[in-house]
Ligand binder design. Structure first.
Ligand code: ADP
Ligand code: MG
Length: 394
């Protein structure tokens, strides 16, 4: 990576403000965290700083409190989980700027870790307010960004703060950029891109950017409907939130690049995307006009398996069906299992996709599960992420 990391600077005895992405999914009723992968992913950088005798000041956002102090989005649960994982007390400071935070920072010793309360309790964070960034910067002497999942946002704690302090990358952010960047620069072929999820439009830039590098593009999920329609199939009342012209354009472009596009041969259809709505498997040539596609079918899963098994590199983003509803979740879970069993470099990106892999406990079987939902897609689309751009060049 062409940016400085914590290994390139002296951290001992310094007050280090580390921006993390502890934005874990929450149970909205109880406020309990339902996952901890992002907390776990930050541990190596925190441990590095602790072992090198830095004074560690962590900050993060959680949820969308919209600039107001909302107890549901307190980082209290994160502080507790962090204390367990680090086997060291991590005290939560009730505010991230001002007298309370400055007082807490003045008392911290080398090797201590404190966590500042949710950055988004202040409207200045998301607004990128320079005064808020300055108030935050005042707490430290060095800024470490490890929040890859938020690197596509030009927020105060991501970009503004780097104008006041020397800014370097943490180990997670470095690993994300190196791994995702490596896939773009020199993938081992054949390289398969497996896409699903709902919106074609969100993924056009990604498909275009990788077109010259991939050998196979495999399409399932809601976006398959747009591609099937572009191939003149009846798709009934399926979701069409990408437009068909875009799909046609991508099909033509793939043709020019000699990239093979694989579409479903059979699909699971239903009347409504609802828990109570029964599922039916049909070949793509006979989708009833009054039904919707909710998943790919078993024949498609076996065809996709054959393509994936030929690949030496696989990037997967987007569920194959409406995985939140049991009768439409089978192929997403099957595909996750197939990818986990490949002898290939397997990289998972996207919020829902990472959650699926984690819920099946398959993380260890993948080469890399990105912690960046939107950030990983933007990065693979070839965009410079503001959070990376803000760091010091090597
Ligand atoms: P990720 O968060 O991994 O990037 P996306 O946000 O692109 O994935 O897509 C996830 C969503 O796509 C899920 O909520 C899932 O229900 C939805 N989805 C997948 N297949 C379909 C389909 N056939 N019809 C409607 N929604 C779908
Ligand atoms: Mg998503």
């Amino acid at each position: 990576m062409d940016k400085k990391t914590i290994r390139d600077v002296e951290v001992a005895g310094k007050k280090v403000i580390m921006r993390t992405d502890f934005n874990e999914p929450l149970d909205e009723r109880t406020g309990h965290l339902t996952d901890d992968i992002r907390i776990r992913a930050a541990i190596p950088t925190i441990e590095y700083l602790v072992n090198h005798k830095a004074k560690v000041i962590l900050c993060s956002h959680l949820g969308r409190p919209k600039g107001k102090r909302e107890l549901l989005y307190s980082l209290q649960g994160v502080a507790k989980r962090l204390s367990e994982l680090l086997r060291q007390e991590v005290r939560l400071v009730p505010d991230c700027i001002g007298a309370v935070a400055e007082e807490a920072v003045s008392r911290i010793q080398d090797g201590d870790v404190i966590l500042l309360e949710n950055l988004r309790f202040h409207p200045g964070e998301e607004q990128g307010d320079p005064a808020f960034a300055e108030a935050l910067a005042r707490l430290g002497e060095l800024y470490v960004d490890d929040a890859f999942g938020t690197a596509h946002r030009a927020h105060a704690s991501i970009v503004g703060i780097a104008k006041h302090l020397p800014a370097v990358s943490g180990l997670l952010l470095e690993k994300e950029v190196m791994t995702l960047g490596g896939v773009l620069q020199n993938p081992v072929h054949p390289f398969g891109l497996l896409l699903g999820g709902a919106k074609v439009n969100d993924k056009v830039a990604l498909i275009e950017n990788v077109m010259s590098k991939v050998d196979h593009i495999i399409i399932g999920g809601g976006m398959a409907a747009s591609f099937l329609k572009a191939k003149n199939y009846e798709i009934g009342r399926s979701l069409l939130d990408g437009n068909v012209e875009v799909a046609s354009y991508l099909i033509q472009k793939a043709d020019k690049h000699g990239v093979k596009i694989h579409l479903p041969a059979d699909v699971v259809v239903t009347d409504e995307i609802k828990h109570s709505s029964p599922a039916e498997i049909v070949p793509v040539g006979t989708i009833p006009p009054d039904k919707r596609i909710a998943d790919i079918g078993p024949l498609t899963v076996s065809q996709f398996r054959k393509v994936l098994e030929k690949c030496k590199t696989v990037f997967w983003n987007g569920p194959m069906g409406v995985h939140e509803i049991p009768q439409f979740s089978e192929s997403t879970f099957a595909v996750a299992g197939i990818i986990a069993g490949l002898h290939a470099t397997t990289i998972i990106g996207g919020g829902s996709t990472a959650e699926v892999v984690t819920s099946l406990k398959l993380n260890e079987h993948m080469s890399f599960v990105s912690t960046g939902g939107g950030a990983s897609l933007e990065f693979l689309s070839g965009q410079m992420l503001p959070g990376v751009a803000a760091l010091l060049d090597r």
